[in-house]
Write a protein that binds this ligand. Structure first.
Ligand SMILES: C[S@@+](CC[C@H](N)C(=O)[O-])C[C@H]1O[C@@H](n2cnc3c(N)ncnc32)[C@H](O)[C@@H]1O
Ligand code: SF4
Ligand code: SF4
Ligand code: SF4
Length: 415
């Protein structure tokens, strides 16, 4: 029976309704160049027919009562509202009593009153990409003519707030802003954004015959260079430590920073809310505008294509041996240094996309950010232990704020 799938955990397939088409051209973007995978296709637009096929199959793929749709790009708001209205109607057609939620990721520049009213009415969670204050944001987030986007995004955020739309902030940490964790964080507090994701930029430039420039993770070749906008591994650790010190003194339970939540989840032994910190992954694929399904949004490379929705079901693709192995590899392919690492339970080798280093004894698969994560986990360990005890005693982890102080520039836990 097609509507019974054998695994009792949700499966996600994010959808790219305009492929990688975008009104911006951020220098560091990993997705913008994916149009080169389809050089012969003029319009990278998901048709109504494929939309319906996707929605039907996505519903059938789920074993849970709640179904989450994730709209992604490219720039999602380059499709008209009528497209999303059609999608909502189709969701209801196939929901069969299940609860349906929608989240949408956007660069925020095209938001207007009409979009915001639509999101509010239909309970969308909106992820807005904003890389902190203007100077940081506009360094890389520009359009093809080089025009900056900060003011447009801020206007978009104001509109979301005006209409009471639920939103969160997606910020990337790169070579340019990594030295300013507190300014960065302060910005989000000032705009009253309480849910924030900080994602490190790690990319390598490989250059392929098809015109794409980003190296896929398994590519090893002397010509591959770290992209200049990538974050330095040690600095990523310093960034997280400084951010944590500020947060743990003032903001626990008020501002939610995804990586801190994920770290605490692993400390307590529950599933973290972000795949990179989980032991295995592979439950979050992506479907391109033409129905091609890939293992993960960061693995949209020909070798990681699972098939096409016209000829295979999402259930077949997402539970295929190839995809199950992709997910299991996150743990199985860890080098020994990770398997013996005291922080394995919290780090899990982070995202396989970033594992292109060799260990000191020559084993492949070490995460480029390892140095930073070691710093971070060692730094937060006593505080995580404290919050874990609070949770186990059914007390709020926010109690930690009464037990920390700064002494000589170092954060300490008071007895
Ligand atoms: C590819 S965009 C697509 C959605 C929309 N256009 C936006 O910018 O939010 C999704 C997210 O990926 C982030 N991103 C872009 N390039 C990245 C990279 N190389 N590494 C990590 N995140 C990246 C963006 O900042 C954005 O928050
Ligand atoms: S707005 Fe999003 S999709 Fe567009 S270039 Fe920037 S990160 Fe990429
Ligand atoms: S490869 Fe990385 S981003 Fe993709 S699902 Fe696994 S951990 Fe998440
Ligand atoms: S901190 Fe480094 S060695 Fe430890 S699990 Fe993470 S990547 Fe591996």
């Amino acid at each position: 029976m097609s509507n019974i799938s054998p695994f009792a955990r949700p499966v996600y397939v994010m959808l790219k309704p305009v492929g990688s088409v975008c009104n911006l051209a951020c220098d560091y973007c990993y997705y913008l160049e994916k149009d080169k995978l389809y050089p012969d296709v003029k319009n990278h637009i998901l048709t109504d027919e494929l939309l319906e096929r996707f929605i039907q199959q996505y519903m059938e793929c789920q074993t849970m009562q709640e179904v989450l749709f994730t709209w992604h790009g490219g720039e999602t708001l380059m499709r008209p509202i009528s497209f999303y209205r059609k999608a909502l109607a189709l969701q209801q057609k196939y929901a069969k009593g299940r609860r349906v939620d929608n989240c949408i990721q956007t660069n925020g520049t095209l938001l207007n009153d009409e979009w915001c009213r639509f999101f509010k009415e239909n309970h969308f969670l909106v992820g807005v990409s904003i890389d902190g204050p203007q100077e940081f944001h506009d360094e890389y987030r520009r359009n093809r003519q080089g025009q900056p986007s900060f003011y447009k995004v801020m206007k978009g955020i104001e509109l979301l707030k005006k209409h009471g739309v639920e939103y969160n902030g997606m910020a990337v940490v790169n070579d340019y802003n990594v030295d300013y964790p507190l300014e960065f964080y302060q910005f989000f507090k000032e705009i009253d954004c309480h849910y924030i994701q900080f994602a490190p930029i790690v990319e390598r430039l490989g250059f392929h015959a098809d015109g794409t420039r980003l190296a896929s993770p398994e590519q090893q070749d002397a010509n591959i260079k770290l992209a200049p906008f990538s974050v330095d591994a040690g600095k990523w650790g310093d960034f997280l430590c400084a951010l944590f010190d500020e947060w743990v003194q003032k903001d626990v339970g008020n501002f939610f920073i995804q990586i801190f939540d994920a770290t605490l989840a692993n400390w307590v032994g529950v599933q973290p809310g972000v795949c990179s910190m989980a032991k295995t992954c592979g439950h979050a694929g992506v479907m391109e505008f033409n129905g091609d399904v890939y293992a993960c949004d960061h693995f949209v490379f020909p070798a990681y294509k699972l098939g096409n929705i016209r000829t295979q079901t999402l259930t077949e693709m997402m539970y295929s041996q190839k995809q199950l192995q992709f997910g299991a590899d996150k743990y199985e392919k860890l080098p020994q240094v990770c398997k013996q690492c005291e922080f394995l339970f919290a780090c899990n080798g982070e995202c396989p996309k970033n594992r292109f280093l060799h260990t000191a004894d020559g084993e492949p698969g070490l995460n480029y950010l390892c140095k930073g994560y070691k710093k971070y986990f060692a730094h937060v360990a006593p505080f995580m232990d404290f919050m874990k005890k609070e949770l186990q005693a059914q007390r709020p982890p926010a109690n930690i704020m009464d037990h920390v102080s700064m002494e000589n520039g170092h954060i300490i836990l008071k007895a």
